[in-house]
Ligand binder design. Structure first.
Ligand SMILES: [Zn+2]
Length: 372
């Protein structure tokens, strides 16, 4: 008998993500994924494929050996800051293992765990799948030898590298409210990866970089910063005029898509006022390019918005139609009645002049220089 609904394909997960925590205040909470799966399963069945952890070789694709060694060493021996020798303090600071990214016991295994799901998704697309998900991934701030912004291993950068085993040109598209700086710096000198990021500008939000002038080798780094309090209508226009023409010019053969949901106006970390539907329109545009996609998660820290935005993106990418209404038994637990937002943040059209100046700069100085 045919299934009532198509199953969401290639959905990869590694349960060690539940051990990936920098402490009780750490905002990347596992509930984000639990709630997403509950909502997803109530609309379309998803076969979650539990995959092995990534290997050291996978991490070595985009990270230096001494960085990986330091992660492993602190992971095995960490007993708190007071127990460190002076040498260990130096190493810790060299690799960014403080502030938002303090070491914790089991950090190495947990990091290889979340990386495993993204590696499996990237390998699926490398092997011919048209679409694969690693919704626990998208940790886009880690650099080659620097932990940053809650990120240890840069799984989207590694996904791009895996796709290069098969494709000549890969694009990375990042719609998180924070800039995809780690992916940019890791691939900055590699013209076979076009990194694209639309984000709140660095004057008001971490990480403070990814300006339009950071163009990468052969213009393979494309940045669209927008101002705090910009509304989703302007955000979407900036995406369509800033990112899409670059992608069309570059003609990638596959895409790694980072689905950060923290552009939503209810998100506690970012200051962009988009709605679920405006954000989803960018996802729909990427799908319309008709290319193989590795879709990762990303930021998003409001538990009433992340599940519905991720579910909308997953179903849209998988071509599974859905209703706006959230099934009744989940409305109270998820704190929302509908997938999309009823009320639009007011006033509309906020942040337009700044966005237009960025687009104008890109049209003159960047898009014309992008080469396939
Ligand atoms: Zn973010």
């Amino acid at each position: 008998m045919p299934l009532k609904y198509p199953v969401v394909p290639h959905f990869y997960y590694n349960s060690l993500i539940e051990k990936y925590s920098f402490g009780p205040k750490h905002p990347l909470k596992p509930e984000r994924v639990d709630r997403t799966l509950r909502l997803l399963n109530a609309i379309a069945p998803v076969e979650v494929i539990d995959v092995p952890s990534a290997t050291r070789e996978d991490a070595l694709r985009c990270h230096d050996e001494d960085y990986i060694d330091a992660i492993q060493s602190f992971s095995e021996t960490w007993e708190g800051e007071d127990a460190l020798t002076d040498d260990q303090q130096l190493i810790r600071h060299e690799f960014g293992l403080y502030g938002d990214n303090p070491p914790f016991r089991g950090m190495y295994e947990a990091s290889l765990g979340y990386l495993g799901a993204t590696v499996a998704a990237a390998n699926a697309v490398k092997d011919g799948a048209n679409l694969a998900f690693a919704i626990t991934g998208g940790l886009h701030h880690a650099q080659r030898r620097l932990a940053s912004g809650f990120c240890i291993f840069d799984d989207p950068a590694i996904a791009c590298d895996i796709l290069l085993d098969r494709f000549d040109r890969v694009a990375y598209v990042d719609i998180d409210v924070h800039a995809g700086d780690g992916v940019q710096w890791i691939h900055y000198d590699n013209p076979r990866v076009l990194t694209c990021s639309i984000h709140e500008e660095g004057k008001t939000l971490y990480p403070g970089t990814c300006w339009p002038e950071e163009t990468g080798t052969e213009f393979s780094s494309l940045n669209v910063p927008i101002q705090a309090h910009t509304t989703g209508d302007v955000w979407l226009d900036a995406f369509r005029q800033g990112i899409l023409p670059g992608l069309e010019k570059y003609q990638p053969q596959a895409i790694v898509l980072q689905l950060g949901t923290d552009t939503h106006h209810l998100d506690p970390l970012g200051h962009i006022n988009s709605t679920a539907q405006e954000w989803l329109a960018a996802v729909t545009d990427i799908k319309a390019l008709g290319l193989p996609i590795v879709a990762t998660g990303g930021g998003g820290y409001n538990l009433t918005t992340v599940p519905r935005m991720w579910v909308a993106a997953i179903l849209t990418l998988a071509n599974i139609p859905f209703q706006n209404e959230i099934p009744e038994h989940l409305q109270q637990p998820l704190g929302a009645k509908t997938i999309f937002d009823d009320a639009l943040p007011e006033p509309r059209n906020t942040g337009r002049p700044y966005a237009e100046s960025v687009i104008s700069w890109l049209k003159t100085n960047h898009h014309p220089n992008i080469r396939p």
